[in-house]
Design a protein around this ligand. Structure first.
Ligand SMILES: [Zn+2]
Length: 264
């Protein structure tokens, strides 16, 4: 599932290869993934124009069409943006296909149709409407500590709450907690300053390194817990058995030996 690193990788690719190319044609092949205004105006807004800027906030991507509006892409469970040259390289579940006048293409690929396309005049207003918290790569130490600590409650859902911090989902939160030595169910109300600092540091390291890897199309290294989120897997650090539990309806993976904060 696309989280901040995958969307950041898409932003970088689009920034390098998707801007300032004239759009010859645009086809919204699956109108139901676009909200009403985008369904009506998107193809017309794109045709004959060009993307002039690309931004990301959390897991949301914004592409400026000419001097506005902006196309907003919410990736859902399985989306990605594919840039390709030959028509036969079009992804199988392309929901929006854009043909550049120079012969290249970009498509929004979304197999499970859980993504959403919207138009907005103002990305900041959209971020506010969606009630998204600060971006996970932008939030400072003090603000991070403020939103993660709080009343009693599990730490993992706090990291994944887009209203507190935008960008982290189920998989990267497992990696961040593994590196910080905290269990998914650790009580966020009881975290020390040192634990909060470690969590903030690891969040930045994990998301930054993953974005670089994803940009290059590389797999996550074997030393990451994320490469071992499955039954029977061993911890890449200590070799012990990796365990899982349910947290807010999602499956969380952790190493009980390396993550030794007691469960509340
Ligand atoms: Zn371990």
């Amino acid at each position: 599932m696309p989280e901040l690193p995958e969307v950041e990788a898409a932003r970088r690719r689009l920034s390098r290869k998707g801007l300032n190319r004239e759009i010859r044609d645009a086809a919204l092949c699956t109108p139901e993934i676009a909200e009403a205004t985008a369904r009506k105006h998107l193809e017309k807004a794109l045709t004959g124009s060009r993307f002039t800027a690309v931004k990301r906030h959390g897991k949301v991507l914004f592409l400026c069409i000419g001097d506005g509006p902006w196309l907003v892409i919410h990736f859902g469970m399985t989306g990605e943006v594919a840039l390709y040259e030959a028509p036969e390289d079009r992804p199988r579940h392309a929901r929006l296909i854009i043909d550049f006048a120079d012969g290249g293409h970009v498509a929004f690929d979304n197999p499970r149709k859980l993504g959403r396309l919207e138009l907005t005049e103002d990305p900041s207003a959209h971020i506010e409407q969606q009630d998204l918290g600060p971006d996970a790569l932008e939030i400072g130490r003090a603000a991070f500590a403020r939103v993660v600590r709080g009343p009693r409650g599990m730490v993992k859902p706090a990291l994944m709450d887009q209203k507190k911090i935008a960008g982290i989902g189920n998989e990267y939160s497992d990696e961040i907690l593994f590196r910080a030595g905290l269990r998914p169910k650790a009580d966020r109300g009881a975290l020390s300053e040192d634990q909060l600092d470690a969590l903030h540091d690891q969040m930045r390291k994990v998301l930054g390194a993953a974005a670089d890897l994803r940009e290059r199309g590389a797999a996550l290294p074997d030393s990451w817990l994320m490469a071992h989120r499955e039954k029977g897997a061993r911890c890449p650090r200590c070799g012990g058995a990796v365990k899982h539990c349910k947290v807010s309806g999602r499956t969380a993976w952790f190493c009980p030996a390396c993550q030794d904060t007691p469960d509340p």
